[in-house]
Design a protein around this ligand. Structure first.
Ligand code: FAD
Length: 469
């Protein structure tokens, strides 16, 4: 065995001073040479932990070995056996918490950059030409309705189309892709890539009906009458607020509104698109997850002089992906740790001018295992801000439960499903993704979609042929 290479190949990126002035993708992707070098670091473990660490069980050593051996076509084929959205997952999955966390090289050095290699193969395939749809089976005459076109809905639709079902996706917005389209910014996940993945799913024969709000345009009950099964993948699009004074001032946004106006409504392309976002010079973002990082980095690109992450715990507890925190720091996002916003203050004409915060310290660990932030009495201070963005979490929109009798819902408005199958309390209705778990990850939504597809197929076919999934 040769020498072990503990150092991963760096990802080529746009320089921070340059990228903070544009919306182009920050990470440029490995070249074929870098990809081969990185892949050659894999030790090809007999019992690979990386496969167990992947929520959809991609055969990581096989595809990485194929990259090292220069067989990119077989490499992407291997990934696609279990993952229909590799260009997306290669960019946004929290690999450091999943496959890469289990890589043995990580014990002494850097784990193999599995996500970057996945992205490399997906981009290589796209460059080579149109995405190739596998041969489709004959239609089996059964029809499935899918509510929502995010990663959960796209996965369930693709899996069932490949088994011969006629699938229709109903999407409330005018573009498909869910959070991938309206939430995650262009500089992290280019929309052309999401469109490509959606087109791939359509190429499997899946029909896409946009501007169709289930619960208003048609109820779940109607869909149950018209289709053999219904899958609800409606996500968690209802933003939480801090519930502090001043949240009705102008200049106060939820991250959901701010990012939707920028991404889906192309606010960043004003005046080419007639839907601008008001320019703010000092922006405070409340929260510490991916959504908060995306909001602060978007604010800088929209021309803010300062963007602050105001977070009540410390850097160690930030839930965002490590790479995105690093990118935000490089771009000049300012971090106010151990800081809790308590009041938003206006100028007397309903415009935000200041935020009042309280200092925090860390106490004993709480239910999440992280040290609980404790307020320091009398430590209030103010910062001048002309916009604030609340990125502290979301729950599912209540429209579907409100209009669907007999659909069981948990305390936070999430649909209750059987863990192993994704079945809801309603006959022939399944659900998965953020609408069940609350805000989570792309790959977990895809995993839930796959599980529901398997269960739908088992139910409708009487258990025949589920080994394909
Ligand atoms: P969604 O992606 O939310 O899709 C649901 C779809 O259903 C939407 O298109 C919605 O319009 C539609 N819909 C809702 N109600 C109806 C209705 N009544 N009728 C018809 N259609 C309806 N995860 C990661 O893994 N890595 C990241 O880096 C990451 N970054 C993120 C950044 C941001 C800004 C946000 C908001 C989330 C991020 N996430 C990230 C989380 C991830 O995007 C979600 O967990 C994932 O998209 C959930 O998929 P889903 O299919 O369940 O729902």
């Amino acid at each position: 065995m040769g020498t072990v290479d503990y150092v991963r190949r760096p990802m080529p990126k746009q320089e921070p001073f340059e990228r903070v002035r544009n919306f182009d993708e920050v990470a440029l992707g490995y070249t074929a040479e870098l990809a081969r070098e990185e892949a050659a670091r894999c030790l090809g473990c007999k019992k690979p932990g990386c496969v167990d660490g992947c929520p959809v069980g991609i055969d990581v050593p096989r595809f990485v070995g194929l990259v090292a051996g220069d067989d990119f076509a077989a490499g992407i084929g291997t990934i696609k056996e279990t993952n229909a959205l590799p260009a997306v997952c290669g960019r946004v999955c929290p690999q450091e918490e999943q496959c890469e966390k289990e890589c043995v090289l990580g014990k002494k050095g850097d784990p193999v950059a599995i996500g970057r290699l996945e992205r490399f193969l997906a981009d290589w395939e796209a460059q080579e030409g149109a995405l190739r749809a596998p041969p489709l089976p004959a239609q089996n005459g059964r029809r499935i309705a899918v509510v929502g076109s995010g990663p959960a809905g796209l996965t369930v639709a693709a899996d069932l189309a490949l088994l011969g079902y006629g699938v229709t996706i109903f999407e409330a917005l005018h573009e498909a892709g869910g959070v991938l389209t309206y939430g995650i910014p262009e500089f992290r996940l280019p929309k052309a890539i999401v469109r490509r993945e959606v087109e791939y799913v359509q190429s499997l024969g899946v029909e896409l009906r946009l501007d169709f709000i289930v619960g208003k345009t048609r109820t779940i009950d109607r869909l149950v009458e018209d289709f053999d099964a219904v899958f609800v993948g409606a996500g968690a699009g209802l933003p939480w607020f801090l519930d502090i004074p001043g949240e009705n001032l102008n200049g106060v946004y939820s991250a959901n509104e701010y990012l939707t106006r920028c991404n889906l409504m192309r606010g960043y392309r004003f005046p080419a698109w007639d839907t601008p976002l008001k320019r703010a010079s000092r922006v405070a973002v409340f929260g510490g997850g991916n959504v908060a990082m995306d909001s602060a980095r978007t604010a800088l690109r929209l021309g803010a002089d300062e963007a602050h992450i105001v977070y009540r715990r410390s850097r160690d507890e930030l839930p965002a992906r490590a790479e995105e925190v690093e990118n935000a720091e490089e771009e000049g996002v300012l971090f106010d740790f151990l800081t809790l916003p308590v009041r938003l203050i206006g100028d007397g004409h309903s415009w935000l001018t200041e935020i009042e915060c309280r200092r925090m310290e860390l106490g004993e660990p709480d239910g999440s295992g992280r040290r609980r932030p404790v307020e320091i009495p009398g430590s209030e201070f103010r910062m001048s801000m002309d916009a604030s963005i609340c990125a502290i979490g979301n729950s599912p929109n209540p429209l579907i439960p409100m209009t669907t009798p007999g659909l069981d819902v948990g305390k936070k408005g999430n649909l209750i499903t059987d863990e192993a199958t994704g079945r809801t309390s309603r006959e022939r209705v399944w659900a998965g993704g953020d609408v069940v778990t609350g805000a989570a990850t792309v790959i977990s939504a895809m995993g839930a979609g796959r599980q529901a597809a398997r269960s739908i197929h088992e139910t409708l076919s009487g258990g025949e042929g589920t080994e394909e999934l």
